[in-house]
Ligand binder design. Structure first.
Ligand code: ZN
Length: 429
């Protein structure tokens, strides 16, 4: 079967949306949240400046009345829009970061605002039916919704593939939440249904994702967007090339799909979907906060820790915490020239992840550090995760503060910890 196998660079780029908080462009189809066309163009490899600008000028005050509903009327690109939601952050200059009822985040700077009015009625997310009808209007014609306990899977591919995705995501969700809860981390129930959009083919996916990812979308097979809170991907069975839409795929069973995607060559492709899905769950169950300064080594380390597919069991997720062979190989190669301050630079800043020259090694080291801490320092790691989970949106930490926070939990002596880390990793087989 024709399953495309991504290179390692592609796997890294699979996380583009998260690492860069998804760059976006204005679309005629969808009013993408955020401010467009200013300083950060699509494809930019920096977080959109307008988002951080909102907080930088001002230090953001975090919402006083987190449950009240605000209606924000604003003008963008000569068009008036109204968003109803919960204000998460109010900047000193009046700019707001708003969580809409469909889970989208909107940053509205003061010069776009026309009127903000508050209603003391409690914030409530859209119902599942409202979610479905709203998103179906934004997607190309031909999409349907497959519902599971935690997910709404929007798809224009076969029902069997949507069911296969839904079942995979639910098993991951259960595996993920059980894993942390057993370790004493109190996760919350997702406030919104988790949204996965599955295109029948790569072409449709690329056209749709171009607005968020720019040309980089060609290299990415799935992504989770912090702004829309959605995961977007396409049917991996590859049959779209053999016939017209839906023809042979419509006859496929979920068992056959599983068989194709359980093939060793497909493993890394499926891992990308699981990786992105892990981010989505982590940001929706309270392990991290969207747009907070959660260090990338933490969020990426966790996503990689979970990404190895487990397609063999019908329940549970047995591959959690297994050695990730692809990342282990990368890390072993990195060790040959690893700078002595590698641990510090990984913790202090996210730069190494964003640089194409150093990104793969940073991802591998993030996984290795997460693996080591979960196996050897589980209590401290959990304590650290709890601190990270309390971070508020748009508040950035200086490198020194990040390091301090790490040392407050794991101890001041980074050198000894690093030596222990390397000893542990080099003994792994
Ligand atoms: Zn990632």
């Amino acid at each position: 079967m024709n399953v495309r196998r991504p290179g390692v660079r592609e796997l890294l780029r699979g996380c583009f949306a998260l690492a860069f908080f998804s760059c976006r462009r204005r679309s005629s189809r969808e009013l993408v949240p955020g401010r467009v066309g200013r300083r950060s163009g699509a494809g930019s490899r920096r977080p959109p400046d307008w988002v951080w600008g909102l907080a930088a000028a001002l230090l953001a005050s975090v919402a006083m009345n987190a449950w009240a509903v605000e209606t924000v009327l604003f003008r963008r690109n000569n068009q008036e829009q109204t968003i109803v939601g919960r204000v998460l952050v109010t900047a000193k200059d009046g700019g707001v970061l708003l969580l809409a009822r469909d889970g989208l985040l909107w940053a509205v700077p003061p010069d776009e605002q026309i009127r903000i009015s508050r209603d003391d009625a409690p914030f409530s997310p859209l119902s599942r039916e409202e979610f479905a009808s709203q998103l179906l209007r934004l997607l190309p014609a031909g999409f349907e919704v497959h519902e599971t306990a935690n997910y709404l899977v929007f798809h224009n591919t076969s029902k069997a593939y949507a069911q296969w995705c839904g079942a995979l995501l639910e098993r991951l969700f259960t595996g993920f939440t059980n894993y942390w809860q057993r370790r004493g981390f109190q996760l919350s129930k997702p406030e919104f249904p988790l949204i996965a959009v599955v295109f029948a083919d790569r072409k449709g996916y690329q056209e749709f994702s171009r607005e968020e990812l720019g040309e980089a979308g060609e290299k990415i097979i799935a992504y989770y967007s912090l702004m829309t809170n959605r995961m977007t991907m396409y049917d991996l069975t590859g049959l779209e090339q053999s016939s017209g839409p839906g023809a042979s795929r419509s006859r496929m069973t979920t068992g056959q799909i599983n068989q194709i995607l359980a093939h060793p060559e497909a493993e890394r492709t499926v891992a990308t979907i699981i990786h992105e899905a892990t981010h989505q769950i982590a940001f929706n169950c309270g392990l991290h906060q969207r747009l907070s300064d959660c260090p990338l080594w933490v969020s990426e380390g966790i996503a990689i820790y979970f990404e190895t597919p487990d397609l063999s069991s019908s329940k549970g997720w047995k591959s959690i915490g297994a050695i990730n062979r692809a990342r282990m190989t990368q890390f072993s190669t990195y060790l040959k020239n690893r700078p002595p301050d590698s641990l510090r630079t990984l913790i202090e800043k996210d730069d190494r992840f964003r640089n194409p020259q150093t990104g793969l090694d940073a991802y591998a080291e993030a996984w290795a550090l997460t693996y080591f801490l979960l196996k050897q320092r589980p209590k401290q790691y959990l304590e650290y995760l709890e601190r990270i989970s309390r971070k508020k949106p748009l508040l950035r930490d200086e490198p020194a503060a990040r390091l301090q926070e790490f040392q407050a939990v794991f101890g001041q002596d980074l050198q000894t910890l690093d030596a222990e880390f390397l000893r542990f990793m080099t003994k792994l087989r």
